[in-house]
Design a protein around this ligand. Sequence first.
Ligand SMILES: Cc1ncc(COP(=O)(O)O)c(C=O)c1O
Length: 437
Amino acid sequence: MTEKQPEHINASLIEARKKVLGVKFPTFYKDPVHLVRGEGVWVWDADGRRYLDCYNNVPHVGHCHPKVVEAISRQAATLNTHTRYLHEGIIRYAEKLTATFEDPLNSVLMTCTGSEANDIGLRMAEAVTGNRGIIVTDHTYHGNTTVVAQLSATNPPRTGDARHIRFVPAPDSYRPLGGAGGPPHALAFAETVRKQIDNLNATGHGFAALMVCPYFANEGFPDLHSGFLDPAADIVRAAGGVIIADEVQPGFGRIGSHMWGHQRIGVKPDIVTLGKPMGNGHPVAGVVTSADILTAFQDSFRYFNTFGGNPVSCAAAEAVLDVLEEEGLMAQANDVGAYARGLLRDLAGQHDCIGDVRGSGLFFGAEMVLNRETKKPATAFTAEIANNMRQEGILINFLGINFNVLKIRPPMQFTRSNADQLIETLDRVLAHTELKE
Ligand SMILES: Cc1ncc(COP(=O)(O)O)c(C=O)c1O
């Protein structure tokens, strides 16, 4: 593959980084990228090399969008305090945000990170049910607080109390539980939820909530029909539990067809948690729920967040919503995503390693396999593809149950011409990378 950054610059940064940030503080790619500037869908490294960013969802409306930068600067130069003072900014933002949800999701609590939002989501579930038992998928990630970290089955912490947590198999549309996709898969998934509710009740923990990313983003964004979660949701409600939708990844129009992942899959959550793209990189996150649940939470827990919902954060978040609307970025995500997936499917005609193409809007990718018959995952190959794409100036990554799904999730300003460049490069990289397990 082609040029690399000068070894000496990156090598000295890597060494300095290890000394102060720890030897196990990871970077993306075998050859880490040293980024110094961003604009729209582009980022530049220290040598002035430009990369097409096909991965970063946090700069949602584009790296350094001028409207967001201006809103942050203006508010930072005017006033920044916290939510114990009256301020129009948080009210205006909360009204605009909740207008994108259906009733009764009309109340907001603001935080700084998705992890905090999920932590609060769990406590809200406890406040309304009186129980602590939580069900999540066995390939999820919901964040890094002491409590939320326990929800990670693939990388569980070595300490802490996980006795009240139960896992169900992550939905996999390519290899559906029980063998058949569609409604039988939905029923099979719901049955696993029922068993874990029974187990939580039998072991004295009681059942509080099913928490899922409604797009199953970290699980490899399986292709699930609208209504897939209905049987599970019925079981959850019959058992007196609530549904928490973690929208940290699919939310804010990224999936093109809908503003929120739960709307696409057709489930009505009781609690929705938000994060990453909400402030275009400024640390803003939050929880949207009903007035009743928010009050139950406030009755049960004293809660104050020094930075959550401060005027600068709200200005950033409001600017993101405004830009999404003004620039029609959800519709663009729908169009460009469908176009890019079409190109990926064409590519599958030439490269047998592409086993499945899936996704929605600007959150899509391809599952890489050694053999389409056996569907054996090409995990090391997928990592190599991401690394080789980086050398070709295209930033993508991979995830999924077998870590063999190329994950493409660019800033929302991504165009058809950007998609052409992505797919042409992928074609070249696939042709030159040796297929391996
Ligand atoms: C689905 C999901 N939920 C929550 C989080 C945690 O968000 P944060 O890193 O802002 O705490 C992440 C982060 O990757 C995530 O992917």
